[in-house]
Design a protein around this ligand. Structure first.
Ligand code: 3AM
Length: 180
């Protein structure tokens, strides 16, 4: 049987942080600014894999399981708007090196497995609004949340009953944070 699934590696936001972000978002943006991403779907994509066969999925999981990488804290202190893809995002002015290394590793493993990787530089972000193609008044700052990443996950993206849903398929722990 050959089946393929649309997959990506990501960091998921803890439930409490998801709730804080959506409460703040409701105050910070207008309904016409864009379509809010559901709380449960808030994530930071590390590597987009596209449609992946079951065999390739297994190989990618095995490689992901070999990653030994320290956890890190991410200061969510940046906001921006990309009008062309219509994305309003939450990010970090100084992403930690461990985050960039993790994404780079997953992306190079994905590329070696034949998953096309965009040549665009990696800009870690959490999509807050989609379909934001008109000018948006970006608030001057964020509440400055600190997000402790202690694991990363493999997600399946599917479109069910008119909605995008993400299902976590597997997760792997990150090591103790490097405080140096
Ligand atoms: O994390 P964000 O919301 O920026 O836009 C999709 C989403 O990104 C992105 O993968 C994430 C999980 O769906 N995505 C979808 N198709 C893509 C593609 N062809 C893609 N990223 C790169 N290339």
């Amino acid at each position: 049987m050959s089946s393929s699934r649309r997959l990506f590696f990501a960091l998921s936001l803890p439930d409490a942080l998801q709730q804080q972000v959506i409460r703040w978002r409701a105050e910070a943006f207008k309904p016409e600014d864009g379509r809010p991403v559901a709380a449960a779907n808030l994530h930071l994509t590390l590597a987009f894999l596209g449609e992946v066969s079951a065999q390739k999925e297994q190989a990618l999981k095995t490689q992901a399981g070999r990653i030994t990488q320290a956890g890190f804290s991410l200061n969510l202190d940046d906001l921006g708007h990309w009008p062309r893809p219509g994305v309003v995002w939450l990010g970090s002015k100084r992403p930690p090196r461990a985050l960039l290394q993790l994404a780079e590793l997953l992306r190079s493993q994905a590329a070696r497995s034949g998953c096309y990787q965009s040549p665009m530089p990696f800009h870690p972000h959490i999509t807050l609004l989609r379909a934001a193609t008109q000018p948006v008044a970006i608030p001057p700052g964020t509440p400055g949340w600190l997000f402790n990443a202690s694991h990363f996950s493999l997600y399946q993206s599917s479109f069910e009953q008119g909605r995008t849903r993400y299902h976590e398929l597997a997760q792997w722990p990150l090591g103790p944070q490097d405080k140096s």
